[in-house]
Design a protein around this ligand. Structure first.
Ligand SMILES: Nc1ncnc2c1ncn2[C@@H]1O[C@H](COP(=O)(O)OP(=O)(O)O)[C@@H](O)[C@H]1O
Ligand SMILES: [Mg+2]
Length: 156
């Protein structure tokens, strides 16, 4: 079991999925989020952060590339590489040191950081469907597959 597919009717359901995902992701995990503008990538991340206890706003860090969030037991990093000109810019923000084995990273537009970005433990693809979104999550490592097994065992 390394793939989970969910139908997500509205943004509340997308936030709920993000919260489930974050609750499964103990230890370090790199999550790549793909999907068109407005698909719901940031909404999923917002749900994850809220689920972990973050009370403030969550916006896509389009201009700053990365937004760190600190929790008692771990760091969460939200990256949005939409405006990344050159993957080398990721070296300048110290991407390799940022992501250690206890941090959770959500990365929007990961293809723009190809070659520099750490590989995904989990790939999330969000597609528009008639009445909402379809989300397909694929575990790409042992850690990612562990999360998929836990997520699959949870109610939709
Ligand atoms: N099923 C759904 N899942 C997620 N977002 C939805 C859904 N239906 C409508 N929306 C809306 O679509 C927008 C998604 O925006 P956002 O999460 O910023 O997308 P992205 O980060 O992929 O560009 C929000 O305005 C949200 O309210
Ligand atoms: Mg976004």
């Amino acid at each position: 079991m390394n793939t989970v597919t969910r139908m997500i009717p509205d943004s509340a359901a997308m936030e709920a999925l993000g919260a489930q995902l974050a609750s499964c992701a103990a230890g370090g995990l790199v999550v790549h989020l793909s999907g068109d503008l407005g698909a719901g990538k940031t909404t999923l991340v917002r749900g994850g952060l809220r689920g972990l206890g973050h009370a403030g706003a969550v916006r896509s860090p389009t201009y700053t590339l990365v937004e760190p969030y600190e929790f008692p037991d771990r760091q969460v990093y939200h990256l949005d590489l939409y405006r990344l000109g050159d993957p080398e810019e990721l070296e300048w923000i110290g991407i390799r040191d940022l992501l250690d084995d206890s941090s959770l990273a959500f990365i929007e537009w990961p293809e723009r950081g190809a070659g520099v970005l750490p590989p995904a433990d989990l790939e999330v693809q969000i597609d528009y469907v008639e009445n909402g979104r379809q989300v397909r999550l694929v575990g790409k490592s042992a850690a990612g597959e562990r999360v998929m097994r836990q997520l699959d065992a949870m109610d939709n």
